[in-house]
Design a protein around this ligand. Structure first.
Ligand SMILES: *Cc1c(COP(=O)(O)O)cnc(C)c1O
Length: 430
């Protein structure tokens, strides 16, 4: 056993020397987490306001999820899909029932699930709709974030994510986000469109919330043109935005419902990851119905770890926690409180111009350029004051605490945010 870390400085030096520099972390080294809190190596306690990009919606080290992990880890972890295991089927029944689809295809990371949805939609286009082979296209939105594989970065417009990783995968058409006319025009004029892949709220782009009826209208346009609507809810799903899924709109029931109430829009394919396992173990999934999923036959797609009994048990426990603790309702209530406080604060603040979001997926916009370091500098100051958040751009900070937060804790966090920003503004030079 190697020696353990004695200081934050030492941990940072090790990562710097031996790890690839593919991230630029805030200078804090975490060694423990519980619920809405994390602690650094020196024992300082912080509110986590990122939740690992919304993977730990259920809070850090949730006992029920960790319990499922440790039980199953001592029983059976991996069989591969060469054999059946006695947990996968139970999980498949549970998760399809929970989200209201006929079938699920389990994978591990979000990007793999997006890749899976892309592959299924292309195959469906060729085999069920008669689009000539190799001609299917998928419509995506500008400023999308769907992961880091070569195909997915091929349709990103983030220079950092794309540059010098070509040649790029063809077959993607980009339209502006929240632009129904653009979608309609592409779908009308090009009969080789297989699917529209969209985030119901663009998280990485800076929590861009579209018009309330954007997804509903996108679904109408897709249905009218026989195009599949693929909702990437890897970040917005699992209660984050104040309903079980962002496509649930104002439908507030928790799970296992008919999903016909209120403004619920049913995508043809639902892509989940991150909080489906409460941040305990990588699990992702594509959910869809029989007539679509049946295009995948044995040997045509898979993953050694996808659908393993450990991940399956963890995901079931994580989804149970969402129901047990009414996390969607809590996210909805606390989101209102948060935006109300921030909107009041904006009147006092010189630097914060806007708060936007749904449920507990929110962002504040700073009165500075996308290239500035202002949001980063504020995040460093927030860290000093005991709250961890991360910019999505030079002028946007995303605020996404675990959904197990109480209202008192949220007020305490808003106090920290307001005090920190007011202090910061005293020395702020644009
Ligand atoms: C995080 C994320 C992904 C990628 O998930 P990974 O597990 O990092 O591969 C894809 N889509 C969205 C919307 C995400 O937020």
């Amino acid at each position: 056993m190697l020696e353990s870390i004695r200081s934050s400085k030492e941990a940072i030096e090790l990562e710097d020397k031996y790890g690839a520099h593919n991230y630029h972390p805030l200078p804090v080294v975490l060694s423990k987490g519980e619920g809405v809190y994390v602690w650094d190596v020196e024992g300082k306690k912080y509110f986590d306001f990122l939740s690992s990009y919304s993977a730990v919606n259920q809070g850090h080290c949730h006992p029920k999820i960790v319990g499922a992990l440790t039980d199953q880890a001592q029983t059976l972890t991996l069989t591969s899909r060469a054999f059946y295991n006695d947990v996968l089927g139970v999980f498949e029944q549970y998760v399809t029932n929970y989200f209201g689809f006929d079938k699920v295809l389990p994978m591990n990371t979000g990007a793999e699930a997006v890749e899976t949805a892309i592959k299924i939609s292309r195959k469906y286009a060729y085999e069920k709709r008669g689009i000539p082979e190799n001609e299917a296209k998928i419509v995506v939105c500008e400023n999308n974030f769907h992961g880091r594989t070569t195909t997915i970065i091929s349709f990103s417009n983030d220079e950092g994510a794309r540059k010098n990783f070509g040649p790029y995968t063809p077959g993607f058409v980009k339209i502006p986000y929240n632009d129904i006319d653009a979608l309609e025009s592409v779908l009308k004029n090009d009969k080789s469109i297989a699917a529209f892949l969209v985030e119901p709220i663009q998280g990485e782009a800076g929590v861009m919330t579209p018009d309330d009826d954007f997804i509903a209208r996108a679904k109408e346009v897709c249905s009218a043109n026989d195009v599949l609507l693929i909702a990437d809810e890897i970040q917005t799903g699992i209660a984050r935005t104040g309903s079980l899924l962002a496509v649930c709109g104002n439908c507030t029931c928790e799970s296992k419902c008919e999903r016909q109430e209120g403004s619920y829009v049913r995508p043809d394919m639902l892509v989940l990851g991150k909080a489906i396992s409460g941040g305990v173990y990588p699990v992702s999934a594509v959910l869809t119905d029989d007539h679509i999923m049946e295009v995948i036959k044995p040997g045509q797609h898979g993953s050694t770890f996808g659908g393993n009994p450990l991940g399956a048990k963890v995901a079931m426990a994580a989804l149970e926690v969402v129901d047990d603790e009414k996390l969607a309702q809590n996210a909805r209530n606390l989101g209102e409180v948060f935006r109300e406080r921030m909107n009041k604060f904006i009147e006092k603040s010189e630097s914060v111009t806007l708060v936007r979001g749904r449920g507990l997926l929110n962002a504040i916009v700073i009165n500075d350029t996308q290239e500035s370091s202002t949001a980063w500098d504020i995040c460093v100051a927030l860290k000093e004051n005991g709250l961890l958040a991360k910019p999505t751009h030079g002028n946007i900070i995303r605020f996404a605490p675990p959904l197990v937060m109480t209202e008192d804790e949220l007020h305490e966090c808003c106090d920290i945010i307001e005090k920190t920003i007011l202090e910061f503004e005293k020395t702020w030079k644009k």
